[in-house]
Design a protein around this ligand. Structure first.
Ligand code: LLP
Length: 427
């Protein structure tokens, strides 16, 4: 958990540092990331799955060189899904064989770079890509390890999953209708490919284990079919990411050891029944590792009470640093962190500085009625899919990521400047 406490003035401290000092030194808005918390979550996943499994951190949640180094030190691998993420992982010194490359439309250039670098495996997402990666690997004189991503007919929603008979989405090759079996047939024939396993990712922010269990069951079913048809036992399965975190106190997330236990049990049992050697399991958590480790620190700019409705609290960031509320109707909490307050709670909506009314950070929240310009407020659980999905809407520079650790703070991604933005402007 984050090392968050309140000091005698009522200011919140994180990793031993008061947020008031962090705001002075680094400005606002800023993402404040607790390094010890990140490492301990990464370690919990590593320990839960043990040496017979691999944990690939999903870089799309948040990637920077510092984070890649922590992951390397904690014994985790990295999953990347673009040339940019690949470049970041490699430049931080992550060994290529511990990088997995994902995506439904990797370019020829991206595939070439990944194969040349020697990534551990590439996850193939379509028939064209099976041929494309085989061709590129062969022309480089290599045999690339690959997994085939299938859709198992389990559709995960935010708090539930529903089993679907057919698939209607851009990722993966459907198990239904024999398409996945056909993809395996083709991949096994191509010299440039070494097919090592099957991949499934059912969705994100999931609390119910049963979706993962159904997926594991169906993936093992395919391994059995492959053994029966080709006499080959594929050695690996990757069950993706997707474990949910607590954004508000209503959420009750599962722990890494719970998902490890559930997956290990079902895979072992199904393999025993099918008389298959138990494959090596991989998982790809992103949000569950980095999500809870950071909060966004904002300064309040204006406080506008609307009679009989609510009070609009404008902060110095908004949908450019957290698009999730506007995009997914995501829920967040918020707290006054620069001082204590005994004032009555008021119904507030925390909004950004962007030119649109959907620019909402926290839809409904209670904040003290004496909230005033200059106060600092914090929105927790913004470590995942906030900085990584940040934009420059309205030419607002993106905030920095500041890592705190044992009473010290350091910038791991610096604040963007207006100069950075202007640098792209030609003419
Ligand atoms: N593996 C694959 C193949 C994925 O597509 C994803 C996420 C993950 C792993 C990591 O999932 P996680 O453990 O972080 O849930 N922008 C959305 C989430 C999109 C996730 C896309 N894929 C959000 O802000 O909620």
């Amino acid at each position: 958990a984050q090392t968050v406490t309140r000091d005698e003035d009522g200011a919140v401290t994180v990793g031993g540092l008061p947020v008031t000092r962090l705001a002075e030194e680094f400005g606002t808005p800023a993402y404040i990331l607790d390094e010890a918390d990140f490492r301990s979550r990464a370690r919990a996943w590593r320990n839960a799955f043990g040496q017979d499994a691999d944990v690939f951190y999903a870089g799309k949640a948040f990637l920077s060189r510092a984070v890649v180094r922590w992951l390397d030190e904690e014994g985790l691998n990295v999953d990347v899904c673009s040339g940019g993420e690949l470049a970041t992982a490699l430049s931080a010194g992550m060994p290529a064989e511990r990088i997995a490359f994902h995506g439904n439309n990797k370019s020829v250039d991206e595939i070439t770079r990944a194969v040349e670098a020697g990534v551990g495996h590439i996850v193939l997402d379509s028939f064209q890509e099976i041929a494309r990666v085989a061709h590129i690997a062969q022309s480089l004189g290599k045999r690339q390890k690959v997994l085939i991503r299938i859709t198992v007919g389990v559709e995960a929603h935010t708090h539930e999953f529903i089993a679907t008979a057919h698939e209607d989405q851009k990722f993966g090759i459907p198990l239904a209708g024999g398409q996945a079996a056909e993809a395996v047939r083709r991949a096994l024939k191509l010299d440039g490919l070494e097919l090592v396993g099957i991949h499934s990712h059912i969705g994100s922010q999931i609390f119910d284990m049963s979706g993962f269990e159904v997926a594991a069951h169906r993936v093992v079913g395919l391994l059995k079919d492959i053994r029966d048809e080709h006499g080959v036992e594929l050695p690996e399965i990757d069950l993706g990411g997707g474990l949910g975190i607590a954004y508000t106190s209503d959420d009750d997330p599962r722990e890494p050891h719970e998902i490890a236990k559930a997956l290990n049990e079902i895979v072992t049992r199904e393999c025993e029944i099918a008389k298959l050697r138990t494959p090596r399991i991989s998982v790809e958590p992103g949000r569950a590792i980095v999500g809870p480790t950071a909060f966004t620190l904002y300064e309040v700019g204006t406080v506008k009470p609307l009679d009989g409705l609510r009070t609009y609290v404008s902060v110095d960031g908004g949908m450019s640093d957290n698009i999730r509320t506007a995009l997914y109707d995501a829920e967040y909490s918020v707290a006054l962190v620069s001082r204590a307050s005994d004032a009555e709670p008021m119904l507030a909506r925390v909004v950004g500085k962007h030119c649109e009314s959907g620019d909402i950070v926290v839809k409904d929240a209670f904040l003290p009625a004496d909230l005033a310009p200059g106060d600092l407020i914090a929105v927790p659980a913004t470590g995942a899919y906030c900085r990584s999905m940040a934009s420059n809407y309205n030419h607002v520079p993106r905030p920095p990521v500041v890592a705190v650790h044992e009473g010290e703070a350091r910038v791991i991604v610096r604040r963007e400047t207006e100069e950075d933005l202007l640098r792209l402007d030609v003419g």
